[in-house]
Design a binder for this molecule. Structure first.
Ligand SMILES: [Cu+2]
Length: 454
């Protein structure tokens, strides 16, 4: 934290950075002069509130993940530093909520990709007896084990979140960021339901591409209204039940350019204008790993070992740090919400073969004109640019059998992104499956991307 220097005038930007730095710890907030505290902390947030336990606690660090090693890409992939079964160096986040300090320290070099999926409720000023339901996300920075020379800070920036003040932007020249060993608590009052993505905004071409990216969504106040749709679950405040759904699945698109990951591990500088993705990933995996089971993905009920480490599903040890499955399981007749977000650098063209999807939201906005006109539409393909999100709902077709379920394919129809430069037996990319079961075969979903006991 820079020492305040009041002997010369400070610009508004430095003023905010200074105050943000002071807020880096709960104790720091208490050091703010009264007038600064009033101006700079969100309304109603006293230092006592900053000391409340956060809803989630994340750490930024580096680590290893797995991508199919065959065919190898020059000497960049698989990385010869990578401990088996892993292949690829990453930066990323981990959910350390509820860990003790020893467990937290153990998570250095244990980043995951994509970053933990999480969700928050739309802000309701009447919640908690009128106290509201602010959401607190605390962030710490464990440093980069492979690159102690890089003392980069990290931030959490909700891309598309309509709260454009430096506290939430995370871009380091105009905002607050979290240096190694420090803590910062982001406090949100989300007012616009829908699907967003989040990423670290420091050195963002590098930190985003290296894996500090994930999906976050905001649940609408309309949730719980079983008169509009029996499940009481909605994507938006639609007032008519049109965005009601029975199951929901996050579909997060990202990319890996193997050379840049190798360079970061080997203390080399990648030339970012040479960018070309070798791998296109869906929920941090490539097909057929996209179909493998979830690890512990409910951020509010995390399951870990005694050291705090993620637990690999037996038989899928290579996916220990890629816990989010992309397999969709549902029963015939159910409405299924797919929440797409793309934080690769290229456009994707996601096709659901044989089932029409209805696009009900784009970029966290209900598809409805200002005069109320319904602008939702049906399609089997959505074209998602980098930084865009889509909410689509499909109705699962009748189960036909034989077999326990019917299979439909969800894939990126851009050949280079579903194929990932592979030969016939090589690694495949952004492709997964929809499994449609007969009625009564599955349990209700416990959390997004849950298979319902399939
Ligand atoms: Cu970062």
């Amino acid at each position: 934290m820079n020492k305040p220097n009041f002997s010369r005038p400070i610009s508004r930007r430095n003023f905010l950075k200074l105050a943000g730095g002071a807020a880096l710890t709960a104790a720091g907030a208490g050091l703010l002069p009264q007038y600064l505290r009033k101006v700079l902390l969100p309304v109603g947030v006293a230092e006592a509130a900053l000391g409340d336990p956060p809803n989630l606690y994340f750490a930024g660090t580096d680590g290893w993940m797995y991508l199919p090693p065959n065919p190898p890409i020059s000497f960049f992939h698989p990385d010869n530093y990578a401990p088996a079964p892993f292949t690829t160096y990453i930066f990323g986040f981990r959910n350390i909520t509820g860990m003790n300090s020893a467990q937290i320290a153990n998570q250095k070099m244990k980043a995951q990709h994509n970053a933990p999926l999480f969700w928050v409720d739309q802000y309701d000023p009447n919640a908690n007896g009128g106290a509201g339901n602010e959401f607190r996300l605390q962030l710490t920075n464990l440093g980069l084990q492979m690159r102690p020379d890089l003392t980069d800070s990290h931030t959490v920036h909700w891309h598309g979140f309509r709260n454009v003040i430096p506290f939430f932007d995370g871009e380091p020249t105009g905002s607050v960021s979290v240096p190694v060993g420090r803590n910062f608590t982001y406090i949100y009052r989300p007012r616009d339901p829908g699907t967003y993505m989040y990423h670290c905004h420091v050195e963002d071409v590098e930190h985003v591409h290296m894996g500090m990216t994930g999906l976050v969504f905001v649940r609408p106040l309309q949730n719980g209204n079983t008169a509009l749709y029996p499940s009481g679950k909605f994507a938006y405040n639609d007032n008519d039940g049109s965005t009601g759904y029975d199951r929901e699945f996050a579909m997060f698109l990202s990319e890996v350019w193997a050379e840049s990951h190798w360079c970061d591990a080997h203390i080399q500088l990648p030339e970012w204008s040479d960018y070309h993705a070798d791998f296109s990933l869906l929920n941090g995996r490539v097909y057929p790993d996209t179909l493998a089971p979830n690890g512990s993905i409910d951020p509010f009920n995390p399951v870990r070992d005694a050291n705090g480490d993620l637990i690999a599903t037996p038989g899928y040890e290579h996916l220990q740090y890629q816990p989010l499955s992309a397999l969709v399981t549902c029963q015939e007749g159910e409405r299924v919400l797919l929440r797409f977000a793309n934080l690769g650098f290229r456009e994707a063209s996601m096709t659901l073969a044989g089932i029409q999807m209805r696009v009900v939201g784009r970029d966290a906005t209900l598809m409805r004109g200002r005069d109320g006109t319904d602008t939702s539409y049906e399609t089997d393909t959505i074209l998602i640019g980098a930084g865009e999100s889509f909410d689509t709902i499909f109705t699962a077709p009748p189960y036909q059998g034989p077999g326990p379920y019917d299979t439909y394919v969800l894939y990126n129809r851009r050949y280079s992104q579903v194929d990932n430069l592979a030969d016939a037996d090589g690694f495949a990319g952004q492709r997964t499956e929809i499994h449609v079961y007969p009625s009564g075969a599955l349990q209700a979903q416990q959390y997004p991307n849950d298979w319902g006991g399939a």
